[in-house]
Design a protein around this ligand. Sequence first.
Ligand SMILES: Cc1cc2nc3c(=O)[nH]c(=O)nc-3n(C[C@H](O)[C@H](O)[C@H](O)COP(=O)(O)O)c2cc1C
Length: 364
Amino acid sequence: MDSEARRPSSLQTLQDFVTAARAALSDEIWDYLIGGSETETTVCRNRQAIESLAFRPRVLRRVDKIDTGADFLGKPVTMPVFLAPVGSIGSFWENAPDALGRAATDFGVPVFGSAVKAEMLDAIAAAASGPKVFQIYTRGDRAWIDGNIERVAAAGYDACAITVDNAVTSRRERDMLKGFEKPWRKAATGMNHQAAFDWDDVKYLRDKHAIKLIIKGINTAEDAAKACEIGVDVVHISNHGGRQLDSGRGTLKALPEVVAAVKGRAKIFIDGGFCRGTDIVKALILGADMVGIGRMYLYGLATDGYDGVTSVLNILENEIATCMALLGAARLSDLDGSLLEAAVPVYPSHVHSAFPLLSHYQPK
Ligand SMILES: Cc1cc2nc3c(=O)[nH]c(=O)nc-3n(C[C@H](O)[C@H](O)[C@H](O)COP(=O)(O)O)c2cc1C
C-alpha cells in the first residue's frame, strides 16, 4: 500500500464517519443513502445475519505477524474487501470517481464503478490504475449490452459485473414519503429490457465476451449453480443492500448454501450490511473470497472524499487484523468454520446496529 494512503485522521472510529457523513449530507441524500425498500426489513436482516454469529477464538497461536493480503481475480490486494458499485457517488462528493478510484488504488483494494455513462467509465478507469470492475445494468438489447461490455473491456477493467437483482424498480418509501425523486432514477430508460433479461442472455454474453463476468445479486444455491454451469467467473451474493426486494433474507444467511452449490467452480463475493472488520472476517470464515462494502465507504466519501475513504479503509484493515489476531489466525487461510457458532444478536438489528454507541451522540 502507498504510504500516502495512511494519513492520520482526527476521526478514529468507523462510527465517527457515520456521524460526520450525517452532518455533511442533506436529509434527502442521507435518507437515500441509508434507506432500503418498503419496510426496510431486508436492510435489517443483512445486519441480523451477521449479528447472529459469535466467534470461538483460539489462543496461543503465533499472531505476531498478521497478513490480510488476498487475491482478487489473479491480482494481489491489501485485504479481501472491495468498494461495491454505487451509481450516484456524485451525490456524496464532488469529483467522486477520481477520489474513489485513487483511494482504492492507493490503498490496494478493488473499486467497482457503476452506470454506463462514458464519463463515469472513463473517469474511474483514469483514476484507478489498480484492480477495478465496471458494473452494468442491462437496459438495452443484446447489441446495446455487447457494446457496453466491449467499452468496459477496452477501458482496462478486470471484470464486468452485471447486476440482476433489480428486474423492476423497487419502492423506496423513505424517499417517497418526502416526495424526493432521485433525478437519475427518474431518467432511467430501458427498464423493460432489464425485466426481460434472463439466463439465456447470460449464456450468450458468456460465450461472446472474454472479459471476466460477475453476476451480482444472486441469493440462492439454485441460481449460484446455474451461474456456474454457464461459466461465470464470480457469483456475487447481494440483495442491493436491502434496496430492492423487501422481506428478503440477510446475504450472510445465503452464503453457506451458495458455497456448497458453487463447489469451487467460481469465486464468491458477498455484500450487504458489512461495516466492521469482524463482519468481514465472519464472511471469510464461511467461505467468501471477497466482501463488498457500500454504505460504509460512502460515509467516508461524504465526509472527506479521498481522505475519508482512505481512513475508513485504514480502520477496517486495522479491525480485520485485530480480529484475526484475537482469533488466533495469522493468515486468511487460517480462518476455518470452527471459529464461528450461532448466537442471538445482542442489539436489535438495523442499518446502524454495527454502531450501537451512535445513539449516545444523537447525530443530526
Ligand atoms: C446509495 C447506493 C447506491 C447504489 N447503487 C448501485 C448501483 O448503481 N448498482 C449496483 O449494482 N448496486 C448499487 N448499490 C448496491 C451496492 O452495490 C451494494 O450491493 C450494497 O450497498 C451493499 O450493502 P451495504 O450498503 O449495506 O454495504 C447501491 C447502494 C447504495 C447504498
